[in-house]
Design a protein around this ligand. Structure first.
Ligand SMILES: C[S@@+](CC[C@H](N)C(=O)[O-])C[C@H]1O[C@@H](n2cnc3c(N)ncnc32)[C@H](O)[C@@H]1O
Length: 210
């Protein structure tokens, strides 16, 4: 095969950062990961404190971290290379565009969304990633039975998450976050928990069977 389309965005020759070849075609997972295995995606992965540890714990799954800030992405890139993770790749991109237009349909085993920007001002709330359009977009990229995992510190945003999924009971059922996963905390989670603010958590499994 010719040089992989996984072009390094940083100078590091073995960078885990994948650059999408264009903005029109959906990603092809075999171009991204060296091994074909189920893929999970974290939208807004930050510095990847969850993703690096979770990918290390689950070598039989592939993990894609999506983050728009290059500094955070590079930090996760360094972490992943230090841990020699073969199943982790990163994309610098706008999460909602990627979800809507670039993730391959019916191909993602889980979407992890942890401490997404809360947009607390009422006039900004339409910018929230988990909005009324989200369940349908998530369903389209998830494999049958795929799961959306959510965490936030914001009670208001959490209530919005519960509401949008409560309106989609034909598409999703609520599931509990496994202890082993909840134990792997994120950078923002530790920050909020340290200030006495608890994590609000929910999981939603797609009811689609084909
Ligand atoms: C509050 S931080 C949480 C980071 C990480 N999930 C954690 O819990 O530590 C939200 C992250 O999402 C990223 N982000 C926000 N909106 C985004 C978007 N539309 N596309 C991609 N990344 C986004 C931010 O740059 C930031 O790193």
């Amino acid at each position: 095969m010719s040089e992989p389309t996984a072009l390094a965005e940083s100078a590091a020759p073995n960078s885990l950062i994948y650059r999408v070849p264009n903005l029109l075609d959906r990603i092809v997972w075999t171009d991204v990961f060296p091994k074909s295995q189920p893929v999970e995606v974290e939208l807004g992965s930050g510095d990847g404190s969850f993703l690096a540890r979770w990918a290390e714990a689950n070598p039989c799954l592939n993990y894609l971290g999506v983050e728009r800030l290059i500094g955070r992405l590079k930090k996760l890139d360094r972490k992943g290379r230090r841990l020699e993770l073969k199943n982790l790749r990163l994309i610098r991109f706008e999460a909602s565009y990627l979800l809507r237009f670039l993730l391959p349909k019916s191909s993602v085993s889980a979407l992890h969304i942890y401490f997404p920007d809360p947009w607390p001002k009422r006039r900004h709330q339409d910018k929230r990633l988990v909005n009324t359009a989200f369940p349908q977009l998530a369903e389209a990229v998830l494999v049958p039975g795929g799961i959306v995992w959510l965490r936030t510190d914001s009670v208001d945003y959490f209530n919005q998450m519960l509401e949008v999924f409560a309106a989609e009971t034909a598409r999703f059922e609520r599931v509990e976050t496994p202890e082993s996963m909840a134990a792997v905390t994120t950078d923002f989670e530790r920050h909020f928990n340290g200030k006495g603010i608890p994590t609000q958590r929910a999981g939603y499994r797609s009811l689609r069977t084909i």
